[in-house]
Design a protein around this ligand. Structure first.
Ligand code: COA
Length: 254
């Protein structure tokens, strides 16, 4: 079965991370599948909204670490950047249901969603500094805007997980639910949105987000250039190798 399940029904496209054995970490092929699915959903006039979901126990462990080591993004046309640009420019409502860990891009992609529902087991983290990396997905802009600077610095510099209730408090999450109910609840909200005039939803989103869109894309590009360079540097290589070898990284000589 595919690592990304695409299910389109009654105007709702549901994209499910389905790589449980690797904690729904996202490979190059999965980014390509997500970018394609978003393109189809954008262009299909019958599609009213998109829902991202994972499993009750895990949303996503972020980028596949062996891909970071062996198949890092080579340029701005790499599937990860195509996916992120689609997220940042998607004109229709995007919802997410998040249970369990949401690591790295599993969290930063949520800043491009319109409505986020979380299981009470959701644990969000952006551990870029622990991996010798820097923020991506315009998170260096969007996290301070949403959290305030000091809480953003804590999230992006310490990279420690924060739970659903904290995410609710800073405005990343709309509602916290039992994990068994989160996906169904997101679907019920998507069904509600699907009954509304699409033109009003698209215009509402454009008015809320449009003014900042160019800035978001520019920041993403700048972050992407740094991220791409840092992926090949010693700190990131040490962090990825340590993860694969199931040991703590040693940055003491770097
Ligand atoms: N890339 C590739 N494989 C990953 C992965 C990732 N990001 N995250 C988990 N996996 C794999 C593990 O290597 C392991 O594979 P194996 O069974 O073949 O050894 C399997 O998924 C289970 O992972 P494990 O760490 O044992 O699960 P856990 O429940 O103890 O912890 C996480 C779950 C998500 C907290 C933990 O896996 C984790 O921190 N992953 C790395 C997250 C990360 O740093 N992502 C990059 C962000 S930029």
């Amino acid at each position: 079965m595919s690592d990304i399940l695409v299910h389109a029904e009654n105007g709702i496209t549901t994209l499910t991370f389905n790589r449980l054995d690797k904690k729904n970490s996202i490979t190059v092929a999965m980014y390509a599948a997500l970018a394609d699915a978003l393109k189809t959903a954008e262009e299909d006039s019958g599609t009213r909204c998109v829902v991202f979901q994972g499993h009750e126990t895990i949303f996503s462990a972020g980028n596949d670490i062996s891909d970071f080591l062996n198949r890092p993004p080579s340029d701005g046309e790499s599937p990860v950047f195509q996916f992120l640009r689609r997220m940042a420019t998607f004109s229709k409502p995007v919802l997410a249901s998040v249970c369990g860990p949401a690591v790295g891009i599993g969290t930063t992609m949520l800043f491009h969603c319109d409505l986020v529902y979380a299981g009470d087991n959701a644990a969000f983290s952006m551990p870029f500094a622990n991996l010798g990396l820097c923020p991506e997905a315009a998170s260096s802009l969007l996290v301070p805007q949403m959290f305030g600077y000091h809480r953003a610095a804590e999230a992006l510099m310490l990279g420690e997980p924060f739970m659903a209730e904290a995410a609710l408090e800073v405005g990343l999450v709309n509602r916290v639910l039992p994990p068994t109910e989160a996906n169904n609840y997101a679907q019920s909200v998507a069904r509600k949105l699907a009954t509304k005039p699409l033109s009003s939803l698209v215009e509402t989103k454009r008015l809320m987000k449009g003014a900042q869109q160019e800035r978001v894309l520019k920041v993403m590009q700048e972050e992407g250039a740094s991220f791409g360079r840092m992926l090949g540097e010693p700190a990131a290589r040490e962090a990825f190798t340590a993860f694969m070898e199931r040991r703590a990284p040693d940055f003491s000589k770097l």
